[in-house]
Design a protein around this ligand. Structure first.
Ligand code: IMP
Ligand code: MG
Length: 504
């Protein structure tokens, strides 16, 4: 039988540019797949999002979580280039913290590049993000609080600062003044005590940028700090678009590393409960500086047979429904509290809420960025079919081993609509209508009741299986059924956390 190295080498034979994106709400295990396929890649590029992402990579028994640096960084010593592309929003402080972690672990980052065109996340972006996401705000999105949305708004509002501005003091100062001054009147509408409290948050360096009640932001402090960041990051700031163009010409193997997931995409997701970048493969290629036409293969990573969502927004198959959403969104919900409070939770609990918690324990589904418990639900095929329409048919199913001990697996194969009559262009959706492909609009999804097909669980350890023929019959039946009821084509199965626990 071929080794994993040989399989990956074969995999790359017909492709040059590979996009790896998530078909769900993020946290589907892209990090592991990117780390694995990067074995035979030369360049790994991130093109969207910022330090809201949390990509977990496991090597030699050690777990690393990166928020902004691409997941291929552990290959730096082999000369592979990792790029933070132009479509991302960059918080220089987070980059430097991650570089420090790499140094502490004796890992190199000599070949890291940061696009000079990427937009900067500035202190007022974090402030505005956090003001809009206080628990008492109606219809809050439940963001990661990293300033992602406001940084992208500034970009589209033509008030953004880019990474290159860190290298040019006068330009930085002029743009900073404009960006900040345009927001002061708005910021003054908030309770000064709340503003001050947020400005004292560790992400805002405990008040370093706070001036006073009247002017709120200390622009001199921002300038000083960001110029310092510029001096530290200078060796990495590059015209990465030109670099990538040249690499395409030289036929290098390139991985485009997606962040978040299609259903969180600003253009294709469950708007407004989304992030502020386009997480589809074409949004990703734009953000990497690559014409989407140059992408040879798109892999849609899909957690199976359960899925998760962090933050607010509709989630039809959520185990425990409203109760789960409420608990996961509450301030007190942490891994420790949950373990103490629900010791009886388990993957086979008859109570859905406790079964959801059981799956969360089993899959260790806690936000890599915020530590929040991820809401857990069954795999949702109407959403998956919709994602396949956008991201294409090639699927990577991940975390299959998490449900090893599950007695019954439920998969949502269609929705029954139970809301008020809804006009979707020329189409009219009436109560009782069945939907096989989801309409991702939050107003529709909120009223979709899942219809499930139940399967008997395989109830054995699959993490050491190395070929699909070795998988238990009951699991093979489910995979067979998936091939029939979705247009998806199964390319890779991940049956455990380690690199070797992968079936091609
Ligand atoms: P933002 O990206 O911080 O603006 O958050 C917007 C929404 O996207 C919130 O519901 C977040 O929980 C969600 N989100 C952002 N990044 C991730 C991620 O990497 N994994 C899962 N959810 C995310
Ligand atoms: Mg994640």
């Amino acid at each position: 039988m071929k080794t994993i190295h040989e399989k990956i080498r074969d995999f790359w034979k017909k492709i040059r540019v590979l996009a790896i994106v998530c078909n769900q709400f993020g946290d589907s295990g892209k990090g592991k797949i990117i780390d694995l396929l990067a074995l035979f890649a030369n360049i790994i590029v991130r093109g969207t999002g910022g330090d809201n992402a949390g990509h977990t990579v496991l090597t030699n028994g050690k777990k690393y979580t990166f928020h902004v640096i691409p997941s291929g960084i552990l290959y730096d010593s082999e000369g592979k280039t990792n790029i933070i592309g132009k479509g991302t929003v960059v918080n220089p402080r987070t980059v430097l913290l991650e570089l420090a972690t790499l140094r502490e672990n004796n890992l190199s980052y000599n070949n890291l590049m940061i696009s000079l065109k990427a937009n900067l996340i500035l202190p007022h972006h974090i402030l505005i993000d956090r003001l809009g996401n206080r628990p008492e705000v109606k219809d809050r999105i439940g963001t990661t609080g990293r300033g992602i949305g406001p940084a992208y708004v500034d970009h589209y509002d033509r008030q953004g600062l880019i990474v290159n501005d860190l290298l040019n003091e006068d330009i930085f100062w002029g743009k900073l003044k404009r960006s900040v001054e345009n927001k002061i009147a708005f910021l003054k509408c908030f309770d000064p005590e709340i503003v001050k409290q947020i400005m004292n948050h560790p992400h805002l360096e405990n008040g370093r940028y706070y001036h006073n009640e009247k002017s709120i932001l200390d622009m001199d402090a921002i300038l000083d700090r960001y110029l310092e960041y510029g001096r530290e990051l200078r060796p990495f700031i590059r015209d990465t678009d030109a670099f990538v163009r040249e690499a395409l010409f030289q036929e290098k193997n390139i991985i485009l590393e997606g962040a978040q997931g299609l259903l969180l995409s600003i253009d294709s997701g469950t708007y407004p409960f989304v992030t502020s970048s386009d997480c589809s493969w074409f949004g990703l290629s734009e953000g990497c500086g690559i014409n989407p036409g140059r992408v040879d293969l798109v892999l849609g990573v899909t957690k199976s047979f359960y899925m998760t969502r962090v933050g607010e927004g509709p989630f039809p198959t959520e185990l425990g429904g409203e109760m789960s959403a409420k608990w996961c969104g509450s301030k007190e919900a942490t891994k420790e509290k949950e373990t103490q409070k629900y010791p009886n939770a388990g993957v086979n609990h008859k109570d859905e809420f406790l079964q959801g918690i059981g799956i969360r324990f089993e899959g260790d589904e806690y936000g890599a960025t915020t530590g929040r418990p991820r809401r857990v639900g069954w795999l949702d095929l109407p959403l998956l079919r919709y994602a396949i329409l956008r991201n294409g048919p090639y699927l990577v199913l991940t975390k299959l081993d998490v449900l090893d001990r599950c007695e019954t697996i439920k998969i949502c194969h269609e929705y029954v609509y139970a809301g008020p009559t809804y006009h979707y262009g020329e189409r009219v959706i009436n109560p009782g209508d069945k939907l096989r492909v989801a309409i991702p609009n939050a107003e529709v999804l909120a009223h979709c009741q899942p219809a499930y097909k139940e399967f008997e669980g395989w109830q054995c350890d699959i993490s050491k299986k190395r070929s699909s023929n070795d998988l238990p019959e009951k699991l093979r039946e489910i995979l067979q059924w998936l091939r029939i009821v979705t247009p998806g084509r199964l390319s890779i199965l991940s049956v455990g956390a380690d690199r070797e626990d992968t079936i091609f």
